[in-house]
Design a protein around this ligand. Structure first.
Ligand SMILES: [Fe+2]
Ligand SMILES: [Fe+2]
Length: 235
């Protein structure tokens, strides 16, 4: 299966014509399109509606997770309903199987990496914050445990590893993702992980268990030579 993956479209109605052009040929290049969050800029239904118009016309299966920008207006559930109604598969702690390939995903959350992972100690506010991060890791675990396929693709918005965040300011690394996600991925095993959010990160990395992880933020793909708007993976 050929998977086209991109992230961080940050769609607004002004970008309609550009996006339509950019994704015009994706159906020739891939069997499935995966979008790893920050689909919209402000999480507004007014943004989602024209975006869906573009996505539906691509005439290929689309699998997505939401990103933090899609939560900005508190209308994430409405956005999910709109996408479900248009036949787009939204992964939110869930699994999805298609043509023998399993997809599992969730938005993920911040929290830091490795020895720098924030732990639930001290103030209630810190514990609430850490719980949000642990909850997302558990959602990913739930989605992954639903898959019965040999091949497994993981879609998250936040990064599960520090490696694909390199290029961002080190001060904001803990806000780019958390290795709690990578622990789950390594426990269950996967063939491919795609994420976004780190617009100026690095395209390729691995979990400590050896699972390939790719940052497919569109700004990063467009900075490559030659510039791309999605990257193709064979699984
Ligand atoms: Fe983004
Ligand atoms: Fe983001």
């Amino acid at each position: 299966m050929r998977i086209a993956a991109s992230a961080d479209l940050h769609f607004s109605p002004q970008s309609y014509a550009k996006l339509k052009d950019q994704f015009e040929r994706v159906r020739d290049d891939a069997d499935v399109l995966v979008l790893a969050g920050d689909l919209t800029n402000y999480g507004q239904p007014d943004e989602m509606e024209p975006l869906l118009n573009v996505l539906v016309r691509l005439r290929l299966p689309v699998v997505v997770v939401l990103g933090n920008h899609d939560y900005e207006s508190g209308k994430e559930q409405e956005l999910c309903r709109m996408m479900n109604g248009a036949g787009i598969k939204v992964l939110d702690g869930s699994g999805y199987e298609r043509d023998g390939v399993g997809f599992a995903g969730t938005k993920g959350f911040v929290g830091g990496f490795g020895r720098g992972v924030l732990t639930a100690f001290g103030e209630r506010e810190i514990k609430d914050f850490v719980r949000a991060s642990v909850d997302e890791a558990m959602k990913l675990e739930r989605g992954m445990s639903q898959l019965r396929t040999e091949k497994r693709v993981i879609v998250v918005h936040y990064s599960p590893i520090a490696e694909t965040v390199q290029g961002e300011a080190p001060e904001i690394f803990p806000f780019m993702g958390t290795s709690r996600l990578a622990e789950v991925i390594d426990r269950h095993g996967a063939d491919l992980v795609v994420h976004g959010h780190a617009h100026h990160g690095k395209p390729d990395g691995h979990t400590s268990g050896g699972v390939p992880v790719h940052n497919v933020a569109i700004s990063l793909l467009q900075a490559q030579n030659p510039p791309q708007v999605y990257r193709i993976f064979d699984v």
